[in-house]
Design a protein around this ligand. Structure first.
Ligand code: SF4
Length: 398
């Protein structure tokens, strides 16, 4: 999929007659989406109004979030994404693989603060690259990082009321099945469908696991197995606005086939001093608003999330572009992927959400629409899910 193959032919004047239809839910295909994502400043208010109208037909007056702890199981990673400050080589300062005791201590502390999600984020298969990680895993008694992750998800399930959600990078069909048995939902950011980012000097040049086709395969596998799946795009890493549209369309296509995409994250690149892309410009507020609004118009009745901590201050403006979720917010642990960006205080998040005329509700790691599907399965994980879900599929009040 390439951004430059089909230049947009919807002219500026064409949009005037389309705003009413967009507000009414006109299906948006590539050409129109490419035109909308380049909306002028003068057109932006109409674009936001249309996106908000579609969101309000989906979840009127409702915004959700997940109260979570962030568990960076290992920050060793075999990839070298140009924007990543999380990853480490084994000899780097701060390289760390959490012990079971550490995992449990964080999960238990989060439980006391009302958290219901244990988000496991980790580097992609570091043992394939680093003998040091193979030695760590041997010491811990596991064959691979994914075997260790599976055991830690089981530990959290057994010992706490938190539900695990794992983001371990690419997964085979077998690993989607195994992790889907211990996690109500799984995740993998598609980030972009642009292969140009794999070229020398681009963000994914040293990240073989970021090849779009490989990521699409993992997301599709989750669809075949009916696992609720979180994915999304990363905005501002060298892709064009048309690439953003293509990424959204690829996600929509997979969801149309399998109806398993529970959440689409629109995440903005944030610059950090110690990354290869340290001098890269961040996407502007206008780019984010246009991308979120076009995501809403393209995806219609799908859950769209944008992280509030990456758009502070003034993150609440994202509500006007049609998001219906703030994602995971932690009262305990930092955002290890963006450590410079603290989560908003939950009371402040609620205040701003209400000021925008929306009610903030606490969801689980699996979205309400998918809770019944997972809860109906046999086994221990669905049993734990049933114990913490209320009748609407949201988090049961503690
Ligand atoms: S973004 Fe993920 S895959 Fe890329 S280097 Fe960082 S941890 Fe590894």
């Amino acid at each position: 999929m390439s951004s430059t193959l089909n230049p947009c032919t919807v002219s500026t004047s064409d949009l005037g007659s389309l705003w009413d239809e967009l507000r009414d839910g006109l299906p948006v295909e590539r050409e129109l989406a490419c035109r909308l994502i380049r909306a002028t400043d003068g057109e932006l208010p109409e674009l936001l109004t249309a996106a908000m109208a579609v969101k309000e037909r989906f979840h009127p007056g409702l915004i959700t979030y997940s109260r979570k702890v962030f568990l960076p199981l290992t920050n060793l990673c075999r990839d070298y994404c140009g924007y990543c400050i999380f990853r480490r080589d084994p000899a780097d300062a701060g390289a760390h693989t959490m012990t079971a005791e550490e995992v449990l201590a964080v999960a238990t502390a989060g439980e006391k603060l009302g958290c219901r999600e244990a988000l496991f984020s980790l580097g992609d298969k570091p043992e394939l690259e680093f003998p040091e990680m193979r030695a760590i895993l041997r010491r811990l008694g596991y064959k691979s990082t994914l075997h260790y992750l599976e055991a830690m998800c089981e530990l959290v399930l057994r010992e706490t009321s938190l539900l695990p959600h794992a983001n371990p990078g690419l997964m085979s069909a077998g690993w989607v099945r195994r992790l889907g048995a211990v996690c109500p939902s799984l995740g993998l950011m598609l980030e972009t469908t642009s292969r140009a980012l794999l070229h020398p000097g681009a963000a994914h040049n040293r990240a073989p696991d970021k090849a779009p086709a490989r990521r699409l395969r993992t997301i599709e596998e989750a669809g075949k197995q009916g696992i609720p799946f979180t994915t999304g795009l990363l905005v501002g890493i060298g892709e064009t606005p048309e690439d953003r549209v293509d990424t959204l369309l690829a996600i929509r296509e997979l969801d149309r086939r399998y109806r398993h995409i529970q959440e689409v994250i629109v995440q903005n690149f944030r610059v950090k001093p110690a990354i290869p892309m340290a001098s890269w410009p961040e996407p502007s507020r206008g780019e984010m608003l246009r991308t979120v609004a076009v995501a809403r118009l393209v995806l219609g009745k799908m859950n769209i999330q944008a992280p509030p901590n990456l758009s502070s201050p003034g993150y609440d403006v994202l509500l006007s572009a049609g998001i219906n979720d703030w994602g995971g917010v932690s009262p305990l642990t930092p955002d290890f992927i963006n450590p410079e960006a603290p989560w908003p205080h939950l009371a402040e998040l609620e205040r701003r959400t209400q000021a925008a005329g929306q009610q903030l509700k606490h969801r689980l790691c699996v979205y309400p629409e998918f809770v019944a599907r997972v809860a109906a399965r046999p086994g221990f994980m669905p049993e734990r899910l049933r114990a913490v879900a209320d009748e609407h599929g949201l988090a049961r009040a503690a």
